[in-house]
Design a protein around this ligand. Structure first.
Ligand code: FAD
Length: 493
């Protein structure tokens, strides 16, 4: 169903509507049916996982590189905003065309080639992360970046967001696996950064500048990704802790022993209670509703045994109760609370501010104490889970969208959270990026000089400012726009 409310893009004098309309006619003359103008298609591309909608003037589905060059050439000549789109699973509004213009949809660019000898994957921008992982696994290789949205999100989107996931503490994030990028400068020239080799020292590293640039510095059409040998074995354990401080303090005592689990997922008591209530099941019948730590170690059989020799006694000493999965089926049971908690939180409110902050490990307990005071001062349910090996915690502030007092308290709470994170020397986003959602907080985290330098890079590569304008730099009061009420494929029931 197409919602008609709240769809208008934000008016911007740099991108007058009449000029965009004229340019869209020219684009259609050049690319024909690859330019989609139907209300339904434009609506579907008007929002991402954040659900703030801004109707684009057209959705372009290019089939060739020449099509992309044509889009960028016309966009520069007539000053039309262009927003590249993968799966639209961004949670920050980064894929929403805030000033209208054209959506460049690369979701059909799905080709993957595995080089099983070199341990490389060449993937087109629209291939999903899951498809790359599966193709790599068939050849005995492993692509470790593992966002929970991997079934949907694309290689292009994950490069643009420098996506992470649960295995980041051991394996790093998308950036750590990108060897080369092919694509287009915002001005329309075809470029390649890096090559299909494992070492490369040839001038400025614009490959890494593109990674995490949220689609503002270039269009990625294809990437060469580094693979690692597929771990042979995996062991899964879970522990219930007396409180959040006990669970988080235990992390330091494990990592300090030079053990790097592939999974070290923390769930606070509120996350656990939501999941237990929704499923009607408890992992620890005698200790319900306690904070949990889910642990996985992987590697060769010998590596797994060596890690377990440390992890088992550590968990037994630190936790009030613990379990180890005997087989993959039982491992799935241990995973059930983690998999269920995010969706189960909607019992606490119909709207969620899902922040993905990062704090240094020595401040974990300070963060836990702060979140307790934030719950009290905001009088809102706040549930936190996250990747304890790299300090990237998802803080979920729940509220009811139709309750203005709760909305105001949620807005205040998120500001307080971001200020605290900055004061602790952390990051306001570890993997989702800034997009629109975090523009109000950027200045808490980056200095004017740093923002000025980022703007200078943007001007140098995109002098007409056509590629994904309106993101990152200028604070947008996202609270003032109502999200559309749509269910997306990844939304929980
Ligand atoms: C249920 C759920 C779970 C999630 N879990 C995680 C998680 O664990 N870790 C994590 O990091 N993120 C997670 N995300 C967020 C999201 O999936 C990631 O940000 C992902 O990288 C977005 O990929 P996409 O293909 O959907 O990109 P889009 O949403 O389509 O686009 C995102 C940004 O990338 C740009 N872009 C897209 N394709 C290209 C391209 N080819 N060239 C240049 N720019 C491009 C867009 O312009 C936009 O700025 C989750 C999202 C959901 C809905």
């Amino acid at each position: 169903m197409v919602e008609t409310e709240n769809l208008n893009p934000i008016a911007n004098e740099a991108f007058p509507v009449a000029r965009i309309r004229k340019a869209t006619r020219l684009l259609q003359e050049r690319l024909g049916t690859k330019v989609r103008l139907s209300q339904a298609e434009r609506y579907r591309a008007s929002f991402d996982g954040m659900k703030l909608a801004f109707q684009p003037g057209a959705v372009v589905r290019p089939r060739t590189e020449a099509d992309i060059a044509a889009v960028l050439e016309l966009a520069n000549r007539h000053r039309v905003p262009v927003t590249v789109r993968g799966a639209g699973s961004s949670l920050t509004g980064s894929a929403a065309p805030v000033f209208g213009g054209w959506i460049l949809d690369l979701s059909a660019w799905k080709k993957i080639i595995i080089d099983a000898e070199m341990g490389l994957a060449r993937a087109q921008a629209g291939a999903t992360v899951e498809a790359v992982q599966e193709a790599a696994a068939e050849a005995g290789w492993y692509y470790p970046p593992d966002p929970s949205s991997k079934k949907y999100c694309t290689i292009g989107g994950t490069i643009a967001c420098n996506a992470g996931g649960m295995r980041g503490g051991r394996y790093g994030v998308t950036r750590d696996y990108v060897l080369a990028l092919r694509g287009f400068l915002p001005t329309g020239e075809r470029v390649q950064w890096g090559a299909d080799v494992k070492k490369y020292a040839c001038g400025f590293n614009l490959r890494d500048l593109w990674i995490g640039s949220e689609g503002m510095l270039g269009v990625v059409t294809e990437a060469t990704l580094r693979l690692i040998p597929r771990p042979e074995r995996r062991a899964t354990l879970v522990g219930a802790f007396a409180d959040e401080a006990a669970a988080l303090g235990a992390v330091r005592r494990l990592l300090g022993r030079r053990i790097l689990p592939s999974i070290l997922e923390f769930l606070d008591r509120y996350s656990v209670r939501c999941a237990e209530r929704a499923s009607g099941k408890r992992l620890f019948a005698e200790k319900p509703g306690r904070p949990l730590m889910l642990v996985e170690v992987e590697g060769s059989a010998a590596e797994v045994e060596a890690q377990l020799a440390v992890v088992r006694p550590w968990l037994a000493a630190e936790a009030m109760a613990c379990r180890e999965a005997a087989d993959p089926a039982e491992a799935e049971v241990l995973w059930s609370v983690r998999r269920g908690c995010s969706g189960a939180m909607f019992a606490l409110g119909d709207a969620k501010l899902n922040e993905d902050i990062v704090v240094p490990m020595h401040h974990y307990e300070t963060l836990a104490a702060f979140l307790e005071t934030l719950r009290k001062s905001s009088r809102l349910p706040i549930a936190t889970f996250g990747h304890a090996a790299d300090g990237n915690f998802h803080v979920n502030i729940m509220y009811h969208r139709d309750n203005p007092a709760e909305c105001a308290r949620a807005e205040k709470a998120v500001f307080r959270l971001m200020k605290k994170v900055a004061a602790l020397g952390g990051a306001i986003s570890g993997e989702h990026g800034i997009g629109l959602a975090k523009t109000p907080f950027l200045r808490l985290a980056r200095s004017e000089a740093e923002i000025g330098a980022m703007r200078a890079v943007k001007r140098a590569l995109d002098p007409n400012g056509i590629l994904n304008p309106g993101k990152l730099f200028d604070p947008l009061p996202v609270w003032e726009r109502r999200p559309v009420r749509e269910r997306l494929p990844w939304d929980h029931a």
